[in-house]
Design a protein around this ligand. Structure first.
Ligand code: ZN
Ligand code: ZN
Length: 251
């Protein structure tokens, strides 16, 4: 089956005026995933089987708490906890204490992983919401490449946008290296690099001017575009929307 292309969504994100079209789409995907998991789907056995096994990262656990629906959260937690208890029982039953090896101590490696520590780390390395969001984000990246190849005006659309956050820019460059031929890369990457440097310079000017504005000599001067520069610079550096209100169940 051919994978869905996110052409319209990508077009909307690129023309939204946002600091990063991928952050823009990711926010929507993340909220929809929270709505999905705490909507009616938590009573469906295949979804619950996945949430039992994959669990949730700290960020998404907090989002689920904030979203509301105590009963839905309780059902999800009930069987996830049971799943973790079984795993933990197995790990602790076979645990053999041992003295740190002389070599490890010699090399300053005093933080050797125990099987229990490794099991916890493994359980923390996946999240049902992250998984859903990353899967779709990957397809959005594929759509970006598809558009580069098949839509001749697409790069004009990209040029007219505000570029990307550094987090997603790294992913985009990797996706270009994987999915575009050498001559396509030679056309596209210089455009992206030039744009990214220009847009980061713009953000730098915004954050610099915000600081300048606190100087009493500038108090009557115009804010220009720096009034919300803190959250936009945060987004540009790490991705996401630090100024967003808490996402809650509106039903
Ligand atoms: Zn981003
Ligand atoms: Zn997560």
């Amino acid at each position: 089956m051919k994978e869905k292309l996110y052409t319209i969504e990508l077009h909307d994100a690129l023309t939204s005026g946002d600091e990063c079209p991928f952050c823009y789409l990711e926010r929507d995907l993340e909220q929809k995933a929270i709505e999905f998991v705490l909507g009616s789907s938590y009573m469906e056995s295949d979804t619950r089987d996945r949430t039992d096994r994959q669990g949730f990262c700290r960020r998404h656990t907090k989002m689920m708490y904030d979203y509301g629906n105590s009963l839905g959260n309780a059902w999800i937690l009930k069987t996830r906890l049971r799943y973790l208890r079984e795993g933990l029982k197995k790990q602790t039953a076979g645990f053999q204490p041992s003295a740190p090896s002389g070599l490890a101590r010699l090399m300053g490696r005093t933080q050797e992983k125990t099987p229990v520590g490794s099991w916890v780390e493994q359980e923390e390395s996946h999240c049902y919401i992250c998984g859903r969001v990353e899967d779709t984000c990957r397809r959005v990246m594929d759509t970006f490449l598809y558009q580069v190849k098949h839509e001749k005006d697409f790069m004009d659309l990209v040029r007219g946008s505000k570029g990307f956050c550094i987090h997603h820019f790294g992913q985009l460059v990797d996706a270009c290296a994987r999915g575009l031929g050498q001559s396509e890369q030679e056309q596209v990457l210089p455009v992206l690099f030039e744009q990214m440097n220009r847009e980061l310079e713009r953000i730098q000017e915004d954050i610099d001017w915000l600081i300048e504005k606190y100087d009493y000599r500038n108090k009557d001067k115009d804010w220009r575009t720096s009034q919300d520069a803190v959250q936009r610079t945060m987004q540009k550096i790490t991705g996401g929307y630090p100024a967003d209100p808490v996402f809650r169940d509106r039903k």
